[in-house]
Every structure is written in C-alpha cells, then in structure tokens.
Design a binder for this molecule. Structure first.
Ligand code: HEM
Length: 464
C-alpha cells in the first residue's frame, strides 16, 4: 500500500508519475503490466514520454503504476496534482536532483527542498521583478523587429516556408541572455549547428542523459556512461561551464538594487561566500536549460496553430493591430488588455504542453487519490478536449488545477511571468509583420522538453 512505502512522484500538468524504490508494485493501483512496462521503456527512450502517459491514462484512468526496476506512479487528477505540488511535507523534488547529478547540482531546478532551495530562490527572485519583465517586453519586441528585417530582406516580400523552431529558439536565447545574464548575443539568422558550436546542444545533451536516467536504475548508470564521472557527463558539464563562465566574465558589474539581474545577484552571493563558483555556473546552466526550449517550443506551436486556424489569426490580429508601445512603463499593463491573446496562449499550452510531466518523490507516508480510483479522462475537465478552441478560456467553469503548465507551489516556475510576457509580445510583434499559413504537416512530439520530431514548418507571408 502507498501508506507504507517511499514513492517518487512525478506530478504533472496533464499527467504525472511517481516512483518508489522497492521492487514491487502497489496493491490497488491499476498497473500497465509486463508489456506496458516494455512499452514504457521504448516510448520513454524514444523521447515520447507524453504519448506513454496519455496512452495509459486513457486506458487505466487517472492513476496507474509502471516500471521494471522501480515502480512509478502516474497521476493525472488535477486537484490531486495540485495537492502533490503544494505539499512539500510529503512530496519532495529529489527525483530531479538524481537525474540532474553531475551537471545541475546546486541549481534551483535540481536542489533538494528545504532551506538551500529557499535561499537560492530568494536570492534570484528579485531578478524576475517588474523592471526585468519590462526589459523582457522591450527586448522581445526589438528581437522580433530584427527578425522581420532579416526575413524581409532575404525574401523580398514573397511568401516562403520555414521550419520556425530554430528562429523561435534564437529569440528565446537573445531575450534570456539579455534579461537574465545582461549579455548581448546575436544569434538570429544563425543555423542550429552554428549555435550549437557556441554552447553545445543543451537540450540534446542534457535531455538524453536525463532520459536514460529516468528509465534505468542508478546502479547501472556507470556501465551506461551516464554517471557523474562518465566522460560524456564530465565533457558536457565542462562545455556548459565554459559557456557560462564567458557570460559571467562579460557581465557589467555596475548594476544595483532592482536593476540587478540573475548574474549580478549570483555574483553578489559569491562575494559573500553564500555560493561557490560551481553553484553559480550550475544555476546559470539550469536557467539556460529551463528558459530556452520551453519558450521556443511554445512559440513554435503557437505559429503552427495560427497557420492551421486563419479565423483565430484574424481575430488575434484585429485585437492587436493598433498596438504601439510608446512608453516602456506601460508594457505590463498593455499586454494584459489582450484577452483573446491570453485565451490563445492558454489553449496552445493546453493543446501542446511543453512540460507535460513534473517529478516528485514521496518523502513521507501518505495516500494518493484514496484507492481504488475510477477511470476518467480529459473530457471531464474540458469540453471537446481534442479541438483547438481558444474561446473555451472565456468559460469560467474550467478547474484552474487542470491547467498548471508552470507547475504550482514553492517549486513553481520562477520564469513564468517572463515567459508569458516574452511569448505574448513575440506573437503581437510577429503578427504585425507577417501572416502565417498552414503547411500540410502532422506534429509528432518528442521530449524531454516537448518539441516536434520533424520541426514545425509554417508558411510566412509579409503583411502588406
Ligand atoms: C513556456 C515556458 C515555460 C514553461 C512551460 C515552464 C515550466 C516550468 C515548470 C512546469 C516548472 C516546475 C517544475 C517542478 O515543479 O518540478 C518550472 C520550473 C522552473 N522554471 Fe520554468 N517554464 C518556462 C519558462 C521558464 C523560463 C523563461 C525560465 C527562466 C528564465 C524558467 C526557469 C525555471 C526554473 C529555474 C525552475 C525551477 C524553480 C524552482 O524549483 O524553484 N522557466 N518551469
């Protein structure tokens, strides 16, 4: 029974899963069985984790157990997931600490719960305040204007088709480096390979080590070349640290008070010996990982949906077409006026969640969903869940716990407001310059941060 064992819980937006380290399954929870476990290993290694959870939740209901070596539990009940994410007494974040060992040690993402996490979070939180959110809005608009120039000059006002992910990733990198690290990099117009030669492919390298660690017991990590001491992990860490060190060296040390960005705040903790150099670099790697492909894929899926739904695009354009940001201090107030943009943003995040699972470890005896549990589905929380319909967000009936793309509780996304501002301003500005059209294509997902396996091809026409 759950009450008597130690579980790792991965609670999520749409789905969640949990693990405990004993070689036994839980008595009452529906399980995926032997073949389901083979399926889980195959789908998770193929980076199709989202598909695995959706498949078995639709078969088995809001809670199921899986795992050959550890038993994991996946929970998709919104209210129970809210309880798991906000109850730090029973559910900790050690699951991620393990899979981040060797390259994320000491970062907010991977820290244990408790005082150390609180100290880090309090230290960097002011770097996500109104000053920085305004900076995000302006940096995003400037970056998209630059992109418009690049696209227009290259293509002399003719329609063209493009895989938009790499470009959205460049926007996310430029904005993030400017706002969090005070840097000024120009990567718009560069290919993915050119960018990878600057930082390494953080999603691929970090993501593949994470994926292997999720499906294999810790005891095998050395043999599989994914332990803290494996060459692959050591090389990856060094490369990431070198990149972050260069950013620290280029940082302007003269900002004070509310103007201080993440690097300024981390560096001040180095001076006061609260953090070591390694912890600072790990924290920066964590931000670089957490803030890049999450935002970029959300933007990519938004452009995909705009192409697919010209009516939605027109409605959105009508809402934003007269917008001009004359005064930076209005940036936050203005963006909240766009109600349809907000519905469209939420619907894209519901339909294409980029972080569909969140991990937790049960650290205290407890029960989940009080077994046995009834079968259920998304239908319970959203009418016609399979249709893309931004207007559903005008409906106050939606249970807010069914929509937690940024997590909840003390470990929720510290970059949430920044991501929302960035994504919304990017869409406003992109729509002012271009019309997006659909290119016949089905999106197939891969994780860790969910993206489309074959990229996302979108038709782009300069707006006359
Ligand atoms: C669409 C964009 C984004 C999505 C969907 C997203 C999603 C999430 C989620 C679900 C969590 C909670 C994980 C958990 O509870 O275990 C999280 C945590 C976190 N996110 Fe984001 N995120 C996004 C953008 C960003 C950005 C732009 C940054 C940085 C600027 C960022 C930095 C972080 C950090 C540092 C944490 C760990 C916080 C802690 O444990 O205290 N994220 N994010």
């Amino acid at each position: 029974m759950l009450d008597s064992h130690r579980f790792e819980i991965l609670a999520g937006v749409a789905v969640a899963f949990a693990a405990y380290q004993l070689l036994r399954s839980s008595d009452n929870i529906p399980t995926v069985g032997f073949f389901g476990n083979l399926d889980s290993i195959y789908l998770i290694l193929a980076r199709r984790r989202k598909e695995f959870h959706e498949k078995y939740h639709s078969k088995l209901g809001p809670i199921f157990a899986f795992g050959m070596f550890k038993t994991h539990i996946s929970v998709s009940d919104p209210d129970e997931n809210k309880r798991i994410l906000t109850n730090t007494d029973e559910f900790g974040k050690e699951a991620l600490k393990d899979i981040g060992t060797g390259y994320l040690d000491g970062s907010l993402l991977a820290l244990e719960t408790g005082d150390e996490h609180k100290m880090h979070r309090a230290l960097v939180q002011p770097a996500f305040g109104p000053t920085h959110l305004k900076h995000t809005a302006v940096a995003t608009m400037d970056t998209v204007d630059e992109l418009a120039q690049i696209w227009q000059s290259k293509l002399s006002d003719k329609p063209f088709e493009i895989d938009v992910f790499n470009t959205m990733n460049s926007i996310a990198i430029e904005v993030m480096i400017s706002v969090l690290f005070g840097g000024n990099v120009k990567v718009l117009g560069k290919t993915a390979d050119e960018k990878n030669s600057m930082w390494g492919n953080i999603e691929k390298s970090v993501g593949s080590v994470m994926t292997f660690r999720i499906v294999t017991p810790k005891i095998l990590w050395g043999v599989l070349g994914i332990s803290r001491y494996s060459k692959r992990v050591v090389d990856m860490k060094k490369r990431l640290e070198d990149s972050m060190t260069r950013m620290v060296e280029n940082n302007d040390p003269n900002r004070e008070g509310w103007k201080m960005n993440v690097v300024d705040r981390l560096s001040s903790a180095l001076d006061s010996q609260k953090l070591s150099r390694e912890q600072i670099l790990a924290e920066m790697i964590g931000f670089f990982f957490a803030g890049q492909d999450t935002t970029a894929n959300t933007l990519t899926f938004m452009l995909y949906e705009l192409g697919l739904h010209p009516d939605v695009q027109q409605k959105l354009y009508n809402e934003i077409k007269d917008f001009e940001l004359k005064d930076e201090s209005d940036a936050l107030r203005y963006i909240n006026k766009f109600k349809y943009l907000d519905c469209f943003f939420k619907e894209t995040m519901r339909f294409h969640p980029v972080v569909p699972t969140i991990g937790r470890l049960v650290v205290k005896d407890c029960s989940i969903l009080g077994y046995p549990v009834k079968k259920g589905s998304d239908e319970k929380y959203y009418k016609n869940p399979e249709s893309f319909n931004p207007d559903r967000w005008k409906d106050d009936q939606i249970n807010p716990n069914a929509f937690q793309p940024f997590g909840d509780g003390p470990r929720n996304c510290i970059g949430q407001k920044m991501a929302v501002i960035e994504v919304k301003y990017a869409i406003v500005q992109l729509l002012k310059h271009f019309v997006f059209t659909n290119v016949e294509q089905q999106v197939e997902y891969k994780s860790v941060i969910v993206s489309s396996i074959k990229g996302v091809q979108v038709g782009v026409t300069p707006r006359s």
